[in-house]
Design a protein around this ligand. Structure first.
Ligand code: GRF
Length: 214
């Protein structure tokens, strides 16, 4: 009765708490996805330790420049790793690089990202700080498909986090992470169940899994 699960490659540069949340969800037999590999640009990424602990195969593609755009060769290598692991979906989880080339071409409409703000507000880096500086009362996280524009692909899910009067960046981010983990696990589930339909900028969530709808 076991069906083929959606194969997810996770790309992460840092701590990897979203990567952990997804791999932990995947342990449940009824969760429709499984993580097939972790790819990182950072040999010091905490995500590598999580991969070891969780038994996920990990690949480091070192990049000389510290942040920003991924050089073409490095992006090609990452695309090759994801393809050789037969990934159906790529989940960017704190991946601090801008995709422009081979990954987007090879995995069009099959790359997700999570961003710690209610897009289109506060794109880019330090979104929690931007939200605090602006003085908004609510912020949140956004899971979206990745396209060629930064933090601007079609939105899959958003979840609200209330800003408290005594919040600083650290306390706000701590509550943000709780919502991020839930949202990312849910977005991957919806994709795996074939329930996301992209129509231009809008992503519709189908009520029933595509498989069962037939
Ligand atoms: C998250 O806040 C995510 O929204 C952003 O980078 C952070 C990654 O955190 N894109 P972690 O490495 O998953 O803990």
């Amino acid at each position: 009765m076991s069906e083929t699960k959606c194969r997810v490659a996770v790309l992460a540069s840092g701590t990897g708490s979203n990567f952990r949340a997804i791999t932990e969800a995947c342990r449940s037999p009824e969760y429709p996805a499984r993580v097939v590999c972790l790819v990182t640009d950072n040999p010091q990424a905490g995500a590598l330790e999580i991969a070891r602990a969780q038994g996920v195969s990990a690949h480091t593609v070192e990049v000389r420049e510290t942040r920003g755009r991924l050089p073409y060769e490095a992006e090609s290598e990452m695309a090759r790793i994801c393809a050789s692991n037969h990934a159906d979906l790529i989940a960017l989880a704190g991946f601090m690089r801008i995709l422009k080339g081979p990954l987007l071409e090879r995995f069009e409409n099959r790359i997700m990202n999570i961003h710690p703000a209610l897009l289109p507000s506060f794109p880019g880096l330090h979104s929690a700080r931007q939200a605090l500086d602006y003085g908004v009362k609510i912020t949140g996280c956004t899971v979206h498909f990745v396209n060629r524009s930064i933090d601007a692909g079609p939105i899959i899910l958003q979840s609200v986090v209330t800003v408290l009067d005594d919040d600083d960046e650290e306390s706000l981010l701590a509550r943000m992470h709780v919502e991020e983990h839930k949202s990312y696990v849910e977005a991957v589930r919806l994709f795996a169940e074939g329930r996301l339909m992209v129509q231009g900028r809008r992503v519709k969530v189908l009520q029933h899994p595509a498989r069962e709808a037939r």
